[in-house]
Design a protein around this ligand. Structure first.
Ligand SMILES: [Zn+2]
Length: 468
């Protein structure tokens, strides 16, 4: 299973509030996000984070490794194959020496547990929601597969899982716009960059993956020291540390891997055209973002919220007047900073008109003072988003794990939200000038073939064989 690059640590997928009048409620909101956790590191290097939440007799588990599709470029014991991390995720269910194929799912389903797994470029996660009495069973099964997969079991399942991945790739890519994000990725990163390929990868490359490659990847990715385990639910932290100590905390330590060097920077400035049967024209723009720790990162992230506003600003007004069919803006965060992306879509095939509109929207942020109501509309959405966080123990476990991995501080979330609520208007303009720089921008035009629509000048066709 694959989910798109999560926007989790960057805010709501999107009135007139005065700063001081709401300071108290912001304080309350942020203090509610500042949850109590107990942390423990086991001798094998595994980090554990526990939060007690007694609302239901359940425990949410989130086991995250720093390994992801960026490791597909090759590492100690395996060679490059786009899609390897995700294939390894599938083969985590192949079975170990002690647990034959099918037992993991069968035993946990019989105990009333729900389980899942996902892979991104910089993370892979195993998740579960279990009745509290099934926690020990879950931890035993996770410890068993963390300790090692069985080579014969992996070899026996490898071809089958390759076919399952081929089906997943077909589903992901077949619909309109199914290749857009991959085309944009291919354009934004230089050849050899560990984020240039898709998580699902290339079938031709996956055909070359052997059981030995899978075992080597798994050994490094799920070395206890590469993992953070988060438990949220109806449990006592001291008892949880004991239970984990008997299971995952007792897996012998082994060498992990630091992951690939970041590789060459994005190819830029660049523009390209990609053809897809979408019945209109789409323009994407992408800019690199500063690292999350950078003082201007929060202001930079708010630029996406502002550009995505549906009824304010140049783009919101153009949409209201029917000059564009729709638009959106979002951020994709990575350890190096990530990217800010904007999408504009029109039924009429005029790529140059969309570019002029985008240029005007950027110029507005560069040159004009930000109307206070635009900023307060954005922060109001952050508040309502933050107010919902923590309601679901599985979301909460994921939030704690991402914070633990990305900032070493599992409860970074309250600070993170707080920084986005207190950005002064003047900083937005400075961030717009620093981030929304035409020299750093990548543009992708997606056109329906055979409709006579024109792309941008100087935007050659993207070679489809490069998409992997
Ligand atoms: Zn999958």
């Amino acid at each position: 299973m694959v989910i798109p690059l999560l926007l989790l640590l960057c805010g709501p997928l999107g009135g007139l509030l005065g700063g001081t009048a709401f300071a108290i409620s912001d304080e309350l909101l942020l203090s509610r996000l500042q949850v109590q956790v107990v942390e423990h590191r086991f001798d094998n290097g595994l980090r554990l984070v526990v939060q007690t939440d007694r609302r239901a007799p359940l425990v949410a588990m989130h086991l995250q490794t720093a390994a992801g599709a960026s490791w597909d470029v090759g590492g100690p014991g395996w060679s490059e194959a786009a899609g390897m991390a995700h294939l390894v995720e599938h083969l985590l269910y192949a079975g170990s020496e002690r647990t034959p194929h099918g037992s993991y799912d069968g035993l946990l389903a019989a105990a009333g547990a729900e389980t899942n797994a996902w892979t991104e470029h910089h993370a892979m996660a195993l998740t579960a929601l279990v009745p509290v009495e099934a926690l020990d069973l879950l931890l035993e099964l996770e410890a068993d597969r963390m300790a090692g997969l069985s080579a014969p079991a992996v070899a026996a399942r490898l071809d089958l899982e390759r076919q399952v991945v081929a089906q997943e790739r077909g589903i992901e890519r077949e619909g309109p716009g199914g290749l857009d994000s991959l085309a944009l990725r291919t354009l934004s990163f230089a050849p050899g960059h560990p984020e240039r390929h898709s998580v699902l990868g290339s079938q031709a490359e996956l055909e070359r993956v052997s059981a030995e490659d899978v075992l080597a990847f798994h050994a490094a990715a799920f070395a206890p020291s590469s993992c953070v385990l988060v438990l949220v639910g109806d449990l006592d932290p001291a008892l949880a540390i004991e239970s984990v100590g008997r299971t995952l905390g007792a897996v012998p330590s082994r060498a992990g891997w630091e992951g690939p060097a970041t590789g060459p920077e994005a190819v830029r400035p660049a523009a390209a055209t990609h053809y897809d049967d979408i019945g209109g024209t789409t323009l994407y723009a992408s800019w690199p973002l500063p690292p999350a720790q950078h003082p201007s990162a929060a202001a930079a992230h708010l630029l996406a919220d502002l550009l995505g506003q549906q009824d304010q600003g140049v783009l919101g007004q153009a949409r209201r007047r029917g000059r564009i069919e729709r638009h959106s803006a979002w951020v994709e965060l990575t350890p190096g900073g990530g990217r800010l992306l904007v999408q504009l879509r029109s039924r009429k095939g005029e790529a140059e008109r969309l570019r002029r509109l985008l240029d005007r929207a950027v110029a507005e942020l560069h040159e004009q003072p930000l109307p206070p109501e635009r900023l307060s509309a954005v922060t109001a959405r952050w508040r309502s988003w933050a107010a919902r966080v923590g309601q679901d123990p599985q979301d909460q476990a994921e939030t704690l794990a991402r914070c633990a991995v990305e900032t070493a501080e599992p409860t970074c979330f309250a600070d993170h939200v707080g920084r986005h609520l207190e950005v002064p208007e003047a900083e937005i303009q400075a961030a717009a000038r620093a981030v929304l720089d035409p020299q750093e921008r990548v543009l992708l035009v997606v056109l329906a073939p055979g409709q006579g629509a024109r792309s941008l000048d100087g935007a050659p066709r993207l070679d489809p064989s490069e998409l992997r």
